[in-house]
Design a protein around this ligand. Structure first.
Ligand code: XMP
Length: 524
């Protein structure tokens, strides 16, 4: 196993992820673990992460001495390289202008770490790597025993190597995907240089996670807010596997869910997996509170607040529960930390169903905290959840509440649900010839939006005066920016026909061709 020491970088979990991808087991621990801990851990190799500090200032983090005395390979990344260089007798200089973003790094000499790993060669035959740099300080004198492994014009010592001891440092970030050969480099390190066994699989993650959950909660009762989304579903399945009857899920139906969603959730979890699920139909309460409210933020707040109220009331009935389980995944952890730091301007108050009611006085268990979305999906499959559920598009906490523009009414929700189901069904049915994938798989998020305006149409011999539905389908990596999906006209025509013919009350369908920015993905 590999020990990753965390110096506070935002992307330390990505290192662990890349190591997992190389099928090697790793654990992340804070940089200030004791020497004894390291000896006991007996790692095959150690990776020092990046971090926000500067080694040129006195009181900043350093690696425990045992790291360099354990007799195993060490890879320092960014700050990790700097502290390694400094601790082993090299020099680090703080520079007034850092380097952030893409850089082309030239590889030097032959090192066990980089040999044969390159993106292209220069005319002179130098191996080059496209990497992601992010640093202020840089190493300006190597410790003895090291040779130069990589450089850029503005960072002459961008990589150092001591093949003898297996000590390496890189100023760039191999863990991010912008560094094209990053995964190859990390794999080279953990498998070839460290000789770690490459036999780790998601199945092992399940065993590890189960052991951890059991140790954490013991024989106490746990409650979990199940939303039907991927994260809470996988968390529920995992907890159920770990603690069975000690888990009770609360599924709050606010009346703004997708077509037959409640039914599906109850079937999958209740009937199929045998999980204890309490289905709370609170649609009357939610729709009652929403009556007459048209402002999007006000609607979000009401739904968020009411959700917490309903959940709390249910939790209060489960007097023996000591733990609240949540499907928090790693990007959520980063996002909330990032927001606190940057005070990013609030575009929409994203409320996540399942947001922690703090005064519940329950202890928190979050078994997915270290995983990325696609890993959560793989875990879901491993746990036997239906592929369809695991690969579902995201759905906002306030649900159809923000997809019915203006005032929310049950009648509108019913119309929208059916139109939306037709759209989704069609996306699943239409396969793109080039890729062989369905349009559902080719889009990141797709849904229908209810517009509370009426327009004139004809049906048979009669004039109609009915509502409009807009279709939205986007492609995106991170949901921060998005392109509208270029759906085939045939598909759009088919959906439009079906909606107008099958959903009485809607006589017009339009397609949203706005990108984000300037539009957002949701309409409210
Ligand atoms: P926007 O509309 O901001 O959406 O471009 C970006 C992503 O966030 C989802 N979204 C929400 N999710 N509660 C949620 O849990 C919310 O209030 C909320 N608003 C937007 C949206 O569906 C998209 O995936």
């Amino acid at each position: 196993k590999i020990l990753i020491l965390d110096f506070g970088s935002q992307v330390t979990q990505l290192i662990a992820r890349r190591v997992r991808e190389a099928k090697v087991y790793s654990e992340i621990h804070p940089y200030d673990v004791s020497d004894a801990f390291i000896r006991e851990f007996a790692p095959k190799g150690i990776i020092l992460s990046g971090g926000p500090s500067s080694v040129t200032e006195g009181d900043t983090p350093r690696a425990p001495q045992a790291v360099f005395e354990a007799g195993v390979p060490v890879l320092g990344i960014c700050y990790g390289m700097q502290t390694m260089a400094e601790q082993l007798g090299g020099k680090v200089q703080s520079s007034s202008h850092g380097e952030f973003g893409y850089a082309a790094v030239r590889a030097h000499g032959h090192t066990r770490l980089l040999d044969g790993i390159e993106d292209y060669q220069t005319a002179e035959g130098h191996g080059m790597l496209d990497v992601w740099m992010s640093h202020g300080d840089k190493v300006d004198a190597m410790p003895t025993g090291f040779k130069l492994m990589a450089s850029t014009p503005s960072c002459p010592i961008a990589g150092i190597a001591d093949d003898e001891r297996g000590f390496y440092g890189v100023q760039f970030h191999p863990e991010v995907t912008h560094t094209k050969q990053g995964a190859a480099l990390l794999q080279r390190f953990v498998v070839d240089v460290c000789g770690a066994r490459a036999d780790w699989e998601m199945g092992h993650y399940v065993d590890e996670a189960i052991a951890k959950i059991r140790e954490q909660v013991g024989d106490e009762q746990v409650i979990l807010g199940l939303s039907g989304g991927v994260d809470s579903s996988v968390a529920a399945a995992l907890l159920h596997r770990a603690i069975g009857e000690q888990l009770t899920c609360v599924f709050v139906d606010h009346g703004l869910l997708r077509y037959r969603e409640a039914e599906q959730v109850m079937k999958t979890f209740g009937d199929h997996l045998g999980v204890k699920v309490i289905h709370v139909d609170a649609s009357d309460v939610f729709l009652g509170k929403l009556a007459g409210v048209t402002d999007p933020e006000a609607k979000r707040k009401i739904i968020g607040r009411e959700f917490v109220e309903v959940f709390k009331a249910e939790a209060a009935k489960l007097t023996s529960a000591k733990w609240l389980a949540q499907g928090t995944i790693y990007p959520d952890v980063i996002e909330s930390a990032g927001h606190g730091k940057k005070g990013a301007s609030k575009i929409k108050s994203h409320h996540n169903v399942g947001g922690l009611p703090e005064d519940l006085q329950l202890k928190l268990v979050e078994p997915l905290r270290e995983l990325f979305k696609d890993e959560v999906r793989a875990l879901g499959i491993e746990l036997g959840l239906p592929a369809e559920m695991v690969h579902r598009h995201p759905f906002p906490g306030p649900g159809l509440g923000v997809r019915i523009l203006g005032e929310v009414k049950r009648e509108f929700a019913d119309l929208l649900r059916r139109a939306d189901a037709i759209f989704i069904e069609t996306l699943r049915d239409f396969v793109d010839e080039k890729t062989g994938k369905s349009w559902y798989a080719l889009t990141s998020q797709a849904f229908a939006v209810f517009l509370p305006v009426k327009s004139v149409g004809v049906m048979g011999d009669g004039r109609t005066y009915e509502y409009v539905v807009a279709l939205r389908a986007v492609q995106t990596q991170d949901f921060m920016t998005a392109h509208w999906a270029h759906l085939p006209h045939e598909l759009l025509g088919h959906v439009s026909n079906r909606i107008i013919n099958e959903v009485r009350g809607i006589n017009r369908v339009v397609y949203d061709i706005s990108g984000k920015p300037p539009a957002t993905i949701e309409w409210e």
